[in-house]
Design a protein around this ligand. Structure first.
Ligand code: FES
Length: 574
């Protein structure tokens, strides 16, 4: 194994040379109270911390950063904490997705512009995992991911509550008049009771698990609840390992290979993970120079059973999953569905990391013979309504709607949806297909999680709990229902979704992997000739950069100028 020498460290250019600039770097480090015994000849480890007062999923990150530092010191490194934008899913509008690429850019440039040899990336809340990994991948230093960990189970009286999923469920119950303000307040008080990200198999748990399957975390790290002392010890071990990775020159391009991405997809499928993975993994792969077409998700889904009995596809929550053996146990059951010789941050193979993994509760982590579903939870569809593809989480959909033809009820953007969905005069039946336009990467903008369109109140009162819903939006990983998402190209750029009108017949055929607008070609040509593009939503600032360079969902919604590897010169130090 190659061993890096102290003079070969990237930080040596800042600290080790005998010139005026290095004098400045050393004297200013001494100004912060550190002596040469702290930094000289040691790997400088960036702790990229997405803590913020407004991110409840990362409340513990101040403390965890200290625990990472302890590990870095223990291993003979020099830790420096670098705060990065915190992408707080519940608060940031219009969507954290608008800012995922900003976090990626910030991460890359922090690592490039400072004297950094290796990095610990601290994330968890939905977009922070892909954002941090995308940026670090583009910089390609030794880097390790520290997943924030799920929060503890929620409770309302004797009822166990899951993030997101139970919000939608009880909101519909409240709209239908089945519960009142008092019950609603009880749910509000009990659904989020500790630090940590959503504890259902939402986007956060999906992406932190995907990071582990990619080989980017210590084994077992992604499943540890944020509040457990195991999590603090894992943080310290992560800091130690970051230092060793620098000496071993173990960089992300050795880990993020095509088979690593196949492993991540297989794990997402076995978890019944969030549809958002079909955007983020594509974006992460492209940063690593790996082509990951949407068809790969469908191919892998067909050979991977759903083993994790976790909401919204299953019954339990992440705390139960951890107690049942966690992600290592689940990956251990996947056998040759995973590339066992993939390299990981430990310097060992994935197979070696899984050695000795055991399932402690076979109802939470099922073996393939007792899988929740024989196929993974995500199907990719194409057709006249989605020429570049779209996705549906069919394990969270109603089986009777997976092949369905019905008339469209069209909403032109979220405002229109909010204004009319509960109108008793809305012409809609349970056979209708609800269509939301203008909710894609550019249209919304930022592709918010509006894809689980609410069931019209008048149908809710009749006991209707699911309908076919189609949009160019995303959907929270904690959501459920027959929701076709990520339709590409989106309506805002003139995709066929923009041409749908009330009453148009739409056919969904999940087994056949098709989504079609059943109109003849002449009518579509006429409508296209009448279609007028809308103005871009932003005329200045980051929003304008986003509007000019964002790619469509099937390409991962990265910026076109960042979506591939490429040499960027090291900064001149003078
Ligand atoms: Fe942060 Fe769900 S709100 S993960």
């Amino acid at each position: 194994m190659r061993r890096v020498q102290p003079e070969q460290l990237r930080s040596h250019r800042w600290y080790g040379v005998k010139d005026l600039r290095a004098f400045g770097h050393r004297s200013r480090t001494k100004q912060m109270g550190y002596g040469p015994e702290d930094y000289a000849g040691k790997p400088v480890i960036a702790i990229v911390n997405t803590w913020s007062d407004i991110n409840p999923c990362h409340t513990h990150f101040r403390q965890r950063a200290e625990e990472v530092k302890r590990g870095v010191w223990q291993a003979g490194g020099f830790p420096v904490e670098l705060p990065a934008i915190s992408l707080s899913e519940p608060f940031q509008k219009p969507s954290t997705m608008l800012y995922r690429n900003l976090l990626a850019m910030e991460t890359e440039e922090l690592l490039r512009s400072y004297p950094i040899d290796g990095a610990v990336l601290m994330g968890g809340c939905d977009k922070t995992t892909p954002g941090l990994v995308m940026g670090a991948t583009s910089m390609n230093l030794p880097a390790i991911y520290l997943p924030g960990g799920p929060m503890l189970k929620g409770r309302w009286g004797s009822t166990v509550l899951g993030s997101g999923s139970d919000v939608w469920k009880y909101w519909d119950a409240k709209r239908a008049g089945e519960i009142g303000e008092c019950e609603w307040e009880g749910i509000e008080n009990g659904i989020a009771r500790s630090p940590g990200h959503c504890m259902t198999m939402g986007t956060a748990s999906t992406m932190t698990s995907a990071a582990e399957a990619l080989g980017l975390t210590l084994p077992g790290a992604a499943s540890i609840p944020a509040a457990f002392s195991d999590h603090a010890r894992m943080a310290t071990a992560t800091g130690r390992r970051a230092v060793e990775m620098v000496w071993e020159d173990l960089r992300l391009d050795q880990i993020l290979t095509p088979t690593a991405f196949d492993n991540a997809i297989a794990v997402v499928m076995a978890l019944g993970g969030s549809t958002n993975a079909a955007i983020h993994l594509v974006a992460m792969a492209r940063r690593a120079g790996v082509e990951l077409p949407l068809i790969r998700f469908d191919e892998i889904a067909r050979r991977v059973p759903v083993l994790a009995n976790i909401r919204p596809s299953g019954q339990y929550l992440m705390e139960d999953f951890y107690d049942a053996g966690g992600l290592r146990a689940l990956m251990g059951l996947l056998g040759d569905r995973l590339d066992q010789v993939a390299t990981t941050v430990t310097g060992r193979t994935l197979g070696e990391n899984l050695d000795g993994a055991r399932v402690h509760d076979p109802d939470v982590i099922r073996d393939p013979e007792h899988a929740l579903s024989d196929e993974g939870g995500l199907a990719v569809l194409w057709g006249s309504l989605a020429p570049s593809g779209c996705v549906v989480k069919h394990t969270a959909a109603s089986p009777n709607l997976l092949q369905h033809t019905g008339p469209a009820v069209v909403f032109d953007g979220y405002e229109d949806l909010a204004a009319r969905i509960d109108d008793d005069g809305l012409q809609v039946s349970e056979d209708s297909v609800l269509v939301l336009q203008g909710a894609g990467p550019l249209g919304a903008p930022g592709m918010p999680e509006w894809g689980m369109l609410p069931i019209p109140r008048k149908l809710l009162r009749r006991g209707v709990t699911d309908m076919v819903r189609i949009s160019d939006a995303r959907m929270s990983g904690t959501s459920y229902g027959t929701c076709v998402l990520h339709v590409a190209p989106e309506a805002h750029v003139g995709g066929p979704l923009a041409l749908v009108r009330d009453g148009d017949p739409i056919r969904l055929d999940v087994p056949g992997r098709r989504l079609d607008l059943l109109l003849d070609e002449d009518e579509l040509v006429r409508r296209r000739a009448d279609w007028k593009p809308r103005p871009q939503p932003y005329v200045r600032g980051y929003g304008q950069l986003f509007s000019r360079h964002i790619t469509q969902a099937d390409s991962g919604c990265d910026f076109d100028f960042l979506a591939q590897p490429g040499e960027i010169p090291e900064p001149a130090i003078h």
